[in-house]
Design a protein around this ligand. Sequence first.
Ligand code: OVV
Length: 399
Amino acid sequence: MSAIAEIDAPTIAINPFSESFSDDPYPFHEQLRDAGPVVWLSKYGIYGMARYAEVQAALNDWQTFMSGAGAGIQDLRKGNAWRPRSIVLEVDPPLHDETRAVLARVLSGPAIKKLRPAFEAEAERLVEDLVSRGTFDAVDDLAMVYPLKVMGDAVGVPLQDRECLLPFSNMLFNSFGPENDIFRQSITESGAVVKQLFAQCERAALSPDGFGAQIYQAADEGRISADKAPSLVRSVLSAGFDTTVAGLGNAIYAFAVNPDQWQLVREDPAVGRTAFDEIIRWESPVQTFFRTTPRAVAFEGVHLEADRKVLLFLAAANRDPRHWDNPDRLDLRRKTIGHVAFGSGIHVCIGMMVARLEAELLFAAFAKRVKAFELVGAPRRRRNNTLRTFASLPVRVVC
Ligand code: OVV
């Protein structure tokens, strides 16, 4: 028995899924961090953690903060969810390790290296076109276009079948949060989308040489059972598009409002290769994920009840002044190792090398041609229960 008495988590009335929180999460993040290592979010009856040390520790303790009850606010062990669970994100070992191993092989370093020539050619082509236009929307014309093209090709989704990907992800990332206005709206807007997305996970719908086909091959080889292949393809389609759309849009915004930092990218290719990690530390595409307590837990001297959802504020951890110097400042020379924008631990983003490659090659293509990005209209955010992303980002490039 511990000699130290456990305290209850302090209660906070903040609604992390409200419009005002989404408009500007950072002051709320500070309140959450300052309230304690663990807080009780009374609006939803869930715990929250927003400090770096605790978020990092929770991500690395899957026995205490499990994923098998879902990565959203809903406990997938109870009731009927609108979606089947992810068999990699929303499971614990040992099943997790088997499915993860298949994706790890498909998305391995050598596999990603092979994508480079095609990704580079497409980055050059797209950026050349955007630069010749001079003014464009960095969301509609860039952040949505590039991942759909290069990752769509890599997975093996036919060109004409890609429109469902972003509406599906928008809804899925909303569905990790509560059934609020934006969640309901994204469901109404995408009635047909779920069907299309699920159809796209079938073997016959995928090209014979992409990541999708390779997942089916793993089933042929007996490394996973055949029924798991469509579900793993769904994971790749769910996680591999809207996240990078958000990250790339946030990147152009970051460069537009920090022109000195864009100069660093232009001057030093090495900065360009690591810039994306600082950008997603600073403005994290995936703001939050949930875990669940499988039993009553003592954590950092705080008592947590069993079977409670725990909201991990990845984005708040990434700006915790207890861990980072001057965290609100975008500093592309900073050592970003340890940021949790890709998560951490056994569920750490398995596609991160693809995301980094997309960013690196786009930044390099722009660096050759563009002195500065200027906002030419008010950026508009796309509110989402999980993602921090833009709906529109009108920019002009100065050459
Ligand atoms: C990281 C992530 C986001 C959304 C969906 C999934 C994973 C999945 O595995 O389905």
